[in-house]
Design a protein around this ligand. Structure first.
Ligand SMILES: Nc1ncnc2c1ncn2[C@@H]1O[C@H](COP(=O)(O)OP(=O)(O)O)[C@@H](O)[C@H]1O
Ligand SMILES: [Mg+2]
Length: 261
């Protein structure tokens, strides 16, 4: 089981969208996939059209990591078909913000890792959709993760946000988890007709070099439509959706095998 955190210390850059795109690629490949919703806004739970029948969520799991609580917090998403392995989701909840402490203890940071140990044999891939800050929730996700994918838009403040995230990863490696890898930076919402975006993309390539994962994801309506309809991009009709789906296939391969520190 590989555990990948999808993070940025900036909101609205596409963490949830990329989590869903990578989950869709994994779903198409037949990987047993679990998505964990660590963001109190719970967007990824809504996008996977899931509802917990028991009221258990990632908040319950961080309070009690026993296998019975973990199993009840995990539900199948609406992404399924007769011969598919369904994508599962560990439900998000606004109440998980109680765990987003500025100075979490080490014991608190190990909670998700402990919880995942109880279901390790059930999944090939775990994708964690993180909140846009570096408090307890992101640190807890990183402690459980093998690697972190950083999401960035081609903009001025994203350059500094990527830099801060790389520094935070370095600190986390020293403090908690020496095994934690930087899978790379996915650039999202690129507009090839924007001179500002072209300039920032070049700047990011120069600054972060090898860390940038190709292909770059363009801004496209089809991603918003498929997300809004709770349909994996690989199942969304039309040529633009298929192009984006192939991009996510390539990004998933890189996220899973590329090794960068
Ligand atoms: N490549 C893209 N093309 C078009 N819209 C996008 C793209 N990526 C994200 N969006 C839209 O941008 C908004 C923010 O994306 P989201 O994934 O929710 O960001 P985050 O999780 O980082 O806050 C959403 O409305 C989403 O549909
Ligand atoms: Mg989000």
């Amino acid at each position: 089981m590989q555990v990948v955190s999808v993070s940025s210390l900036k909101g609205g850059v596409g963490k949830t969208t990329v989590t869903l795109g990578l989950a869709s690629a994994a779903f198409a490949k037949g990987l047993r996939t679990l998505v964990i919703d660590m963001d109190p806004q719970s967007d990824v739970s809504a996008a996977l059209a899931s509802r917990s029948s028991h009221g258990y969520s990632v908040d319950s799991v961080l309070n009690n990591t026993s296998s019975s609580v973990v199993r009840q917090a995990v539900v199948p998403s609406s992404w399924t078909g007769p011969n598919d392995i369904p994508v599962h989701i560990m439900m998000g909840s606004p109440s998980v913000s109680a765990h987003d402490k500025p100075t979490p203890t080490k014991q608190e940071l190990w909670k998700l890792e402990e919880a995942l140990a109880t279901i390790e044999s059930h999944y090939d891939l775990v994708l964690i959709d993180c909140p846009p800050s570096f408090n307890g929730l992101t640190q807890t996700a990183w402690t459980a993760a093998d690697s972190v994918v950083i999401i960035a838009e081609p903009g001025l403040f994203s350059v500094t946000a990527v830099h801060r995230t790389l520094l935070a990863l370095q600190a986390m490696r020293l403090k908690m988890s020496p095994r934690l890898r930087t899978a790379g930076v996915i650039i999202n919402r690129f507009r090839p007709d924007s001179p500002e975006h072209l300039f920032r993309l070049e700047e990011m390539k120069q600054l972060f070099g090898d860390h940038i994962l190709e292909p770059i994801l363009d801004e496209t309506l089809t991603l918003q439509q498929s997300t809004g309809a709770a349909v994996p991009i690989h199942r969304w009709p039309g040529e633009p959706a298929q192009t984006i789906a192939r991009y996510f296939d390539r990004l998933l391969v890189k996220v899973l095998v590329e090794e960068r520190v």
